[in-house]
Design a protein around this ligand. Structure first.
Ligand code: IPD
Ligand code: CA
Ligand code: CA
Length: 265
């Protein structure tokens, strides 16, 4: 029987160690060494070395679990029902361009379902943690989603499509509606932090499509444990809503869903 509370504590130390390494690396980072994985998908040796560090540490604290990692630095096979899902650096474009907002994202799945999430936002030294049934926390203090009820009172977050333009027209129409009916829409460049900020009430809601499991798995646990709702664009309560995601408080979620449904379908 694993103790999620103890594991969350240990894994958050790993996230902070990785974050400290990233903070140091950004000081001397040379943008010319960046590679392109695919269209607009930047990657550097820092992404890979950070991931190796995280995998090593998590293997030490929970050797039985498998891994699903963005940079694929490990192929450790396991028959465990537990899988770590890791994005060592969420917000690589920010990191590369010297912007101070990027994060380490670590989630634990049991079978398909995310049961623990840690998002460490490096620039502000903020560690968001949650495990199933235990509530959500920011640097040890309990956090909750907002209680806003009207779209007009919300600040929303999103990510702009940068390689998958399959829903572009509908997405732009959705944005046009949101510009006119909310306090504003932010694109801060790290999905993990978009979700963490939704969990702690800085954002009232967040929507995006074309993501991968490691972008959202940790943040999904944060939002659910902070009292919010997470679904995909079809309003389905899927375990990790990566292909498309709407995360918001209970009142705002259906309002965002309705606009997306009308414009994107
Ligand atoms: C990206 C960020 C960004 C989102 C992209 C992701 P990366 O992750 O989360 O906010 O809009 O879709 O790929 O590449 O910086 O790890
Ligand atoms: Ca990412
Ligand atoms: Ca990444």
């Amino acid at each position: 029987m694993i103790d999620l509370s103890v594991l969350t504590e240990k894994a958050s130390l790993v996230a902070k160690e990785a974050g400290a390494y990233l903070r140091q690396q950004q000081l001397t980072f040379d943008r010319s060494v960046v590679e392109l994985k695919s269209m607009n998908a930047l990657v550097s040796d820092v992404d890979r070395s950070t991931e190796e560090l995280i995998v090593k540490r998590l293997t030490e604290i929970f050797p039985e679990a498998g891994f699903l990692t963005e940079e694929e630095t490990t192929t450790q096979a396991t028959d465990s029902q537990y899988t770590w899902v890791i994005d060592p650096l969420d917000g690589t474009t920010n990191f590369v361009h010297g912007l101070p907002i990027f994060s380490v994202s670590i989630a634990l799945l049991k079978e398909e379902w995310p049961v623990m999430g840690i998002v460490y936002e490096v620039g502000m030294d903020e560690c968001f943690t949650a495990y199933e049934g235990g509530g959500a926390y920011l640097n040890g203090k309990r956090i909750n989603v907002t209680s806003s009820e009207r779209l007009e009172d919300t600040l929303l977050a999103t990510g702009f499509p940068y390689y998958n333009f399959s829903k572009l027209q509908g997405f732009q129409n959705t944005l046009a509606h949101m510009y006119q009916h909310t306090r504003g829409v932010r694109r801060i460049g790290t999905a993990a932090v978009d979700l963490a900020y939704t969990a702690c009430g800085r954002f009232d809601g967040y929507f995006e499509y074309g993501l991968s499991p490691w972008d959202v798995a940790a943040g999904v646990v944060l939002v659910r444990e902070a009292g919010g709702i997470v679904t995909n664009f079809a309003d389905k309560n899927v375990p990790v809503a990566a292909e498309s995601i709407i995360a918001a408080n209970k009142s705002i979620h259906p309002l965002v869903y309705t606009i997306i449904e009308q414009n994107i379908g």
